[in-house]
Ligand binder design. Sequence first.
Ligand SMILES: Nc1ncnc2c1ncn2[C@@H]1O[C@H](COP(=O)(O)OP(=O)(O)OP(=O)(O)O)[C@@H](O)[C@H]1O
Length: 118
Amino acid sequence: MGDDCGRLSANRAVGQEEEGNTTLFPERENWIARFMVERKLGKGGFGQVFVGQRVNGGNERGTGSTAMEVALKFELRNSKRCNDGPPYEWQVYNALGGSHGVPKVHYKGKQGDYSVMV
Ligand SMILES: Nc1ncnc2c1ncn2[C@@H]1O[C@H](COP(=O)(O)OP(=O)(O)OP(=O)(O)O)[C@@H](O)[C@H]1O
């Protein structure tokens, strides 16, 4: 059974974060500064997606965690629909990310008022 925020209610737990095999940054760290957000790609039901560049440490020909160009999805954490929990989409990407046709998530974490997935 799902809710309006795209999470399965059975999987929701207070304060729970989805770690999986991607890096989850602590809220205190300004990790988003590692990326330069460039332009908006689009908007979905739960958030907005931007294209950005890794500020350093990337490889122009790299893919995966060394890629220079990334997509960043921002979701407002305490919007009317999202009650401050990690987006259920994070769990889905943990399970499926990297499969053929499914983007791989490199980083995810809270950043101020937003949940951000790279
Ligand atoms: N990696 C990407 N490359 C290019 N465009 C993208 C990428 N990811 C998202 N977009 C664009 O951003 C839009 C919104 O993405 P989003 O993931 O929010 O879509 P959605 O699945 O429709 O929304 P939601 O998951 O919130 O219901 C997409 O429709 C697409 O146009």
